[in-house]
Design a protein around this ligand. Structure first.
Ligand code: SF4
Length: 326
């Protein structure tokens, strides 16, 4: 079965699976330079890591990108000019409050379907599509039940594993996790596997990440599907509601849902400080730094990461931030 790689949470895995192909949302191991996106100034390390690791895998048959940022748009040029891997650019509108924006997203999902057909997929019957959505919804329900049971970062890793392979690890844990450090949240763009080491740094200095609000964590899971449908209802419209109409993203205009989500979680988890993980050259998150500082009721630490190392400077700043909160 053809493996279709992507990294954006607005790509519904269900549509790829329904066409008989294998969806795989990849978190790169780092911002590796080895591949079609080499050493180039002005490139987001996450985009570089994603494209290079997808291209390095002999299993990947095609790559789906989205228009959520200029870096990912640029990634399409790298793929077209420097590789022969087929790729598809899904247009995800920035505005989201109008029926037209939702309709545009629905039409983009249908256009994605035509691309998947060209990749060897078969258009699904409506019933089969609903069944696949039910299966994903059930698995995500199981994943959600791990919130609060696993430490926040292990929860994110379980989500990442599910996004990559469709599998859920049996944790064998059913007692709620209680951290002992200062409760902190992460917010920001997606993390490479290397960036997860930052959590160790936080732990070492007496902090405890109790919420992962980065793009790799729970924030970007779609809503639960509504299965009270008739056989005439279009499953793609339900997919669109639960992905496009629900996931709070930084690129959205307005992106007030992101702030609402954050406020709810910070209050309920009694979080004392927020660490923003921002990739070098990521305009989307850079533009939010001042607003977040003004808006948050707790201190914010803005950390820039370059995809190569977690930088000694960050270690000192994390230590000072946690000490100031103690
Ligand atoms: S981290 Fe920012 S610039 Fe990089 S791919 Fe994500 S949104 Fe785009």
């Amino acid at each position: 079965m053809g493996l279709i790689a992507y990294s954006c949470p607005y790509v519904p895995a269900e549509i790829i699976a329904a066409y008989g192909l294998t969806p795989s949302r990849i978190l790169p191991s780092s911002g590796s330079f080895s591949g079609p996106v080499g050493v180039t100034a002005g490139v987001c390390p996450y985009m570089r890591g994603f494209i290079n690791s997808a291209c390095a895998s002999s299993e990947v048959d095609a790559i789906i990108l989205t228009t959520v940022c200029d870096q990912m748009r640029r990634a399409k040029d790298y793929l077209d000019q420097r590789t022969d891997i087929p790729s598809f650019m899904l247009n995800v509108p920035s505005t989201w409050q109008t029926a037209e924006a939702l309709r545009l997203y629905v039409s983009e999902i249908r256009r994605l379907g035509h691309f998947l057909e060209r990749m060897g997929g078969q258009p699904p019957e409506v019933d089969a599509m609903w069944r696949i959505m039910e299966s994903y919804d059930r698995k995500r329900g199981k994943l959600r039940s791990l919130k609060g049971v696993l430490p926040a970062i292990e929860y994110s890793l379980a989500i990442a594993k599910f996004n990559k392979s469709g599998r859920i690890a049996d944790t064998g844990v059913n007692v709620p996790f209680t951290g002992k450090g200062i409760p902190l949240a992460l917010i920001g763009g997606p993390m490479t596997m290397m960036d997860f080491q930052l959590v160790e740094m936080v732990r070492e200095y007496g902090g405890d990440i109790v919420l992962d609000g980065t793009e790799s964590g729970e924030r970007t899971m779609p809503a639960r599907f509504n299965f009270r449908h008739s056989i005439h209802d279009d499953p793609i419209e339900e997919l669109a509601e639960c992905y496009f109409g629900y996931i709070p993203g930084v690129f959205r205009r307005p992106n007030s849902e992101l702030y609402r989500w954050l406020m709810r979680e910070l209050d309920s988890l009694k979080i004392l400080g927020v660490i923003l993980i921002r990739h070098t050259w990521c305009d989307k998150w850079h533009a939010e730094v001042c607003r977040l500082k003004e808006w948050l009721k707790v201190p914010l630490l803005d950390i820039e990461i370059d995809g190569e190392s977690l930088i000694v400077r960050n270690s000192c700043r994390i230590q000072a931030f946690i000490e100031a909160l103690s």
